[in-house]
Design a protein around this ligand. Structure first.
Ligand code: SF4
Ligand code: SF4
Length: 112
């Protein structure tokens, strides 16, 4: 179940909002999205896959909430680990980590 949107890592691109098939997130203009409907999460990990900033954590516990600590997740290398394990990011040529389109959000060149 989705447990974390890292406020420090998120670049407010809203890719997770668009990717989520369960409408779990609410967009917030120019800010990280809010986990508005966590119990609707189906633990599909799509948001983690599409996040360009490794800012999300989906717990593999599908039917219960897990209390998470962001620093512990980072220390354990868990943020972004699902995407890497699936071959996204630098797992294969042309992976999402090589797609720098999201930098346009960071630079304010386009709005989410
Ligand atoms: S794991 Fe799937 S259902 Fe849950 S928030 Fe992410 S995209 Fe939505
Ligand atoms: S996809 Fe990642 S960086 Fe983009 S809004 Fe969601 S949590 Fe933030």
């Amino acid at each position: 179940m989705i447990e974390l949107v890292s406020q420090s890592r998120c670049i407010s691109c809203h890719a997770c909002v668009l990717a989520c098939p369960q409408n779990v997130f609410d967009s917030v203009p120019h800010a990280p999205p809010v986990i508005a409907r966590p119990d609707a999460c189906q633990t599909c990990f799509l948001c983690e896959l599409y996040c360009p900033a490794d800012a999300l954590y989906v717990s593999p516990l599908a039917h219960e909430h897990e209390v998470v600590d962001e620093q512990q997740l980072i220390a354990a290398g868990l943020l972004g680990s699902y995407a890497r394990a699936m071959g996204w990011k630098r797992g294969h040529p042309g992976g999402t980590e090589n797609d720098l389109t999201y930098r346009m959000f960071e630079e304010g060149l386009i709005q989410p």
